[in-house]
Design a protein around this ligand. Structure first.
Ligand SMILES: [Zn+2]
Length: 303
């Protein structure tokens, strides 16, 4: 069983809960905070990155879901291990897309229930480690994100990096792999739906699409879903504003493409799902269109 939804949100919404939480904008206080972590020998930091007070990195919504769809959400939460403080990032920055995919947690909650689909979600901020990048990738533990410097991500030792992968990245991807292994062994179908959201503007450029489908080797489900959304009058990006590649992505190439599973990496524009109402609207739309798209793409097992 996964934790309750309220527990998921409570964990996901508490960035920077160490001594810096009252004085995040105070540079001298941040300097006092950082050495506390660095006093620990590297090996010990590797062992204790997560304390009992930190949330589990893996949250599973609707673990007994009967649908063939498996929702995965790499950027669901924005928790930070107590040991890392707030990474030296001022409080307002934690509300930006650099910390997580704004709005997508609410969409996943409603969609998971509406489809009766299991959702495996990552609780920790992409600023701690990006779970859609292979460890070692230059943006896996970003020293800077969309012009915001991340002081807690500079000067990391190999052990520091290994700890974030071992305690946050690995359990999440092992949970996805285990669920897919279980379904394969039991002859249960799996269709991977990777849930993301994107900013309305980037580098001063407005993004006109309401949603986007990203794909690489197998576009079938992406194109089927895009056509259904377009039929509702929506402008849908096709590998825009991002392309899905083996270098820029991890979850779909490793869990879907390597297993030859049908998939879509779905992006929803963040201003459309910033409120619970928008999240419910998009979840309802996807609960209606995803099964149709899967059927048209030949992704569903024969009845
Ligand atoms: Zn994302």
């Amino acid at each position: 069983m996964g934790p309750s939804w309220s527990g998921v949100i409570a964990g996901a919404l508490r960035p920077g809960r160490r001594c810096c939480h009252l004085v995040r904008n105070n540079a001298s206080a941040l300097k006092r905070c950082k050495p506390r972590a660095q006093k620990l020998p590297a090996g010990l930091r590797t062992l204790i990155l997560l304390s009992p007070a930190d949330p589990s990195p893996v949250h599973i919504l609707n673990p007994a879901g009967a649908a063939p769809f498996l929702l995965v959400c790499d950027h669901f939460g924005r928790a930070v291990p107590h040991l890392l403080g707030d990474l030296g990032v001022p409080a307002p920055e934690w509300d930006r897309h650099i910390a997580w995919d704004i709005g997508i947690a609410g969409v996943c909650q409603v969609l998971s229930a509406a489809l009766d689909a299991t959702c495996i979600a990552q609780a920790y901020s992409r600023l701690v480690i990006d779970c859609n990048r292979r460890p070692g990738h230059p943006t896996s533990i970003p020293p800077c994100s969309d012009n915001t410097v991340i002081p807690g991500n500079t000067g990391l030792s190999p052990a520091d990096r290994a700890a974030r992968a071992a305690h946050i990245f690995d359990p999440y991807h092992q949970a996805i792999a285990a669920e897919l292994d279980r379904r394969r062994a039991a002859g249960i179908p799996a269709i991977l739906i990777a849930m993301h959201s994107f900013t309305p503007t980037m580098a001063g450029m407005a993004r006109p699409w309401q949603a986007a489908v990203l794909h690489n080797r197998d576009p079938a489900l992406s194109h089927a879903l895009a056509r259904l959304l377009q039929a509702e009058g929506l402008l849908v990006g096709d590998n825009e504003p991002y392309q899905l590649t083996d270098d820029s992505d991890y979850t779909v190439p490793v869990h879907a493409e390597a297993r030859l599973l049908p998939y879509v990496e779905l992006e929803i524009r963040q201003d459309l799902i910033a409120s619970p109402g928008g999240q419910a609207e998009w979840a309802e739309r996807l609960a209606r269109t995803l099964p149709q798209a899967a059927e048209r793409a030949g992704a569903l097992p024969p009845r």
